[in-house]
Design a binder for this molecule. Structure first.
Ligand SMILES: [Fe+2]
Length: 416
């Protein structure tokens, strides 16, 4: 049996940094600066901010007399870390035409060169290695954000630009919906501390689950169309009060990026406007829409603990960013539990709160996750724009319940 040698931290660094640039190779220079709404960021900002992260949390601390590429970038590319100084407002990132894209790439090169030198000098330094690991996981999160944000920005263009022509998978029909049963009992969830995890994933702890059933696959576009066509968006009884307010306020009639033309449904994808694939998982729905669908179907959303307990021993395999089709697809495998990982982030019904005994990282990096633990909902499993090596069963993604630009879908659960 051959064993694959784990990558060195230098190789990991090079590969992750390279992939961010690979993702945007087909963009034109004009595409890098647009910010269509306050909650998205220009591609150029993401490329600079991920670079700032290595500069601020590693180079500035561990390289004596570190020479900044440009000291003003410390203000410009800090996202939200109050502890390390002031920052430029998020909603104004699209107004920043300088530094140019070329200067931003030169900034990346400067920091990469400094990081390369530091890593060769301090090879094996455990503190630096763990900070680099956080920096790379952070950059992977931003790779997903880059794709989410390009899609959102492109969606306002009537020409429906394409980032990349879709790689078509072996298309299959969605298997019939069925439910797997899990017995009641005390189970353990959360990260046990072996290997990388964000601070919000631990500690591993006991929790009690009542008996429950979980669907064998996420809800499909075809099924969601039935909800739409049976008046799902017009009947307050299916909706949480805050969700119903959003339906009226935002005039929601279908998931984000959908449109109907002559009785046919289309959606905007990173490969342009496409006919909707009825067998693929529905994507770009808010928590409110997922919850309303579940009520309409006589079911409910799973808790994050139910989801994790059911999925933790499954193979971490699926349709991820590296497949480069950037859209959930109908490639089913025939396994009893389909698409646990990849394709769509799955909304749970669980509020994003700390686990019992949870401790945020010390210092500025404690701001990474902990300060967002109010009014957000946990999503599990990763999506078709999540890097493959980024996801784990314990991973807790989180968004506000009305957000729809992330690649979010859901699967149903029910009580026994
Ligand atoms: Fe960030």
């Amino acid at each position: 049996m051959t064993t694959v040698k784990p990558k060195s931290v230098v190789q990991e660094y090079r590969d992750v940094r390279y992939y961010s640039e690979k993702l945007v190779q087909t963009l034109e220079v004009e595409d890098f600066v647009v910010q269509a709404a306050a909650h998205v960021s220009p591609t150029k900002w993401h490329l600079a901010h991920t670079t700032w992260f290595f500069e601020k949390f590693i180079l500035e601390v561990y390289v004596p007399d570190y020479k900044y590429f440009n000291e003003e970038f410390l203000f410009l590319f800090n996202s939200y870390y109050e502890t390390v100084g002031e920052f430029h407002p998020q909603q104004k990132r699209g107004l920043i035409t300088r530094p140019t894209v070329r200067e931003t790439m030169a900034y990346r090169e400067h920091v990469d060169q400094e990081m390369k030198e530091l890593l060769s000098e301090k090879e094996g330094d455990a503190t630096i290695t763990s900070l680099v690991e956080i920096g790379l996981q952070h950059e992977q999160q931003h790779q997903e954000l880059i794709l989410m944000d390009i899609k959102y920005n492109f969606s306002f263009n009537p020409l429906y630009p394409s980032l990349k022509e879709k790689v078509d998978p072996l298309l299959k029909e969605a298997p019939p919906l069925s439910f797997e049963e899990y017995e009641e009992g005390v189970v353990e969830v959360g990260h046990d501390g072996g290997g990388f995890a964000f601070d919000n994933e631990g500690p591993r702890h006991k929790t009690y689950l009542h008996s429950y059933k979980l669907a064998n696959r996420p809800v499909t576009n075809g099924e969601f169309i039935q909800f739409i066509e049976s008046g799902g968006y017009e009947e307050a009884a299916y909706w949480l009060s805050d969700g119903w307010s959003k339906v009226k306020e935002e005039q929601w009639k279908h998931p984000e990026y959908w449109q109907e033309k002559d009785g046919q449904w289309f959606y905007f994808t990173l490969s342009g406007l496409k006919e909707i694939d009825l067998d693929a998982p529905v994507v770009h729905v808010s928590f409110y829409e997922a919850d309303a669908y579940a009520r309409w179907a006589g079911k409910r959303l799973p808790t994050e603990q139910e989801w994790e307990h059911a999925m933790e021993n499954l193979l971490l395999d699926g349709h991820f960013m590296e497949d480069e089709s950037f859209q959930p697809h109908a490639g089913y495998t025939g396994q009893s539990m389909e698409k646990a990982y990849g394709d769509v982030w799955e909304w749970t019904q669980s509020p994003y709160v700390p686990y019992p005994g949870n401790k945020p990282l010390e210092g500025a990096l404690g701001e990474y996750n902990a300060k967002f633990m109010a009014n957000q909902i946990v999503l599990k499993g990763g999506s078709c724009v999540t890097p493959r090596s980024h996801i784990r069963s314990t991973y807790r993604n989180f968004f506000h319940p009305h957000m729809r630009w992330q690649f979010s879908g859901f699967r149903l659960a029910e009580d026994v």
